[in-house]
Design a protein around this ligand. Structure first.
Ligand code: DX5
Ligand code: ZN
Length: 214
C-alpha cells in the first residue's frame, strides 16, 4: 500500500518541519484535511496554509475537502499546490462538472464517500476518477476508531473498477494503523491515510515501511 500521512494529526505550529518529517519517514503522499465548519462540525485550514507548506516538500499533496461548496475553491487549491482534489459526493458541488474542472487544471480527481453512502454512488463517475476515498470514520475529527464494516464497500468499488478495466486507486481514511491497514489492503484498498498512528508512532519510518509492504 501507499502511505498518505494526514497532517491533521501533526503539530500545526510547526507545519514545515512536520511535512519534512513525513518525507523523511518515506511516506508516499501528504493528506490535507480541509474542513469548513458547515459540511463537518470542525474547521481547519485552506489554500493559504497549503501554499505555505508547499515549498517544504516535493511529496504529492492530496487535498481532502470536507466542504459544503468545494467547487467554489477548486482554482484556489490548484494554485496552492494540490496534486489531487478529493471532494465529497454528499457535498453541494455539481459532481460531473467539478471533476471536469479539476482534470482540466491538470490535477488528479477523487471522490470521497461518508460511511452511510453506498459504493454504487460513485459508479456513474468512475471513468472520471483517479481515486476514490472510502471514509472509515465519520469525517470531522482525527483519532476515531476504524470502521471495518466499510470493507465490503472497498471491495465493491475495486470489483467494479476491475470489471471496467479502470486503474483506480482506493484510499481508506480514519482510524488507520498497521492492523487496520492490513484489513483494508485485503479488501482492495491501495492507499492508507494515516493521521494519529503516524504522528504518534515512536518510529514513523518503520510504520510507513510496514504498511508499504502490504
Ligand atoms: C477525518 C480526516 C482524516 C483524519 C484521520 O475527518 O478525514 O484524514 O486525519 O485521522 P486518524 O488517522 O487519526 O483517524
Ligand atoms: Zn481526510
Amino acid at each position: 500500500m501507499k502511505v498518505s500521512a494526514s497532517m491533521l494529526a501533526s503539530d500545526f505550529s510547526r507545519l514545515a518541519e512536520e511535512v519534512r518529517l513525513v518525507e523523511r519517514a518515506g511516506a508516499d503522499m501528504v493528506h490535507l484535511d480541509v474542513m469548513d465548519g458547515v459540511f463537518v462540525p470542525n474547521l481547519t485550514f485552506g489554500p493559504p496554509v497549503i501554499a505555505a507548506m508547499r515549498p517544504h516538500t516535493n511529496l504529492f499533496f492530496d487535498v481532502h475537502l470536507m466542504m459544503q461548496y468545494p467547487d467554489r475553491l477548486v482554482d484556489a487549491f490548484v494554485k496552492a499546490g494540490a496534486d489531487s482534489i478529493n471532494f465529497h459526493i454528499e457535498s453541494a458541488a455539481p459532481v460531473q462538472e467539478t471533476l471536469r474542472r479539476i482534470r482540466e487544471a491538470g490535477v488528479k480527481t477523487a471522490l470521497t464517500l461518508k460511511p452511510n453512502t453506498p459504493a454504487e454512488a460513485v459508479f456513474p463517475y468512475l471513468d472520471q476518477l483517479d481515486m476514490v476515498l472510502v471514509m472509515t470514520v465519520e469525517p470531522g475529527f482525527g483519532g476515531q476508531k476504524f470502521m471495518a464494516d466499510m470493507m465490503p464497500k472497498v471491495t465493491a468499488i475495486r470489483k467494479e473498477a476491475g470489471r471496467r478495466g479502470l486503474p483506480l486507486s482506493i484510499q481508506v481514511d480514519g482510524g488507520v494503523n498497521e492492523e487496520s491497514a492490513k484489513v483494508a489492503a485485503a479488501a482492495g484498498a491501495d492507499i492508507a491515510v494515516i493521521g494519529s498512528a503516524f504522528f504518534k508512532a515512536a518510529d514513523p519510518a518503520a510504520l510507513t515501511a510496514e504498511v508499504q509492504k502490504l
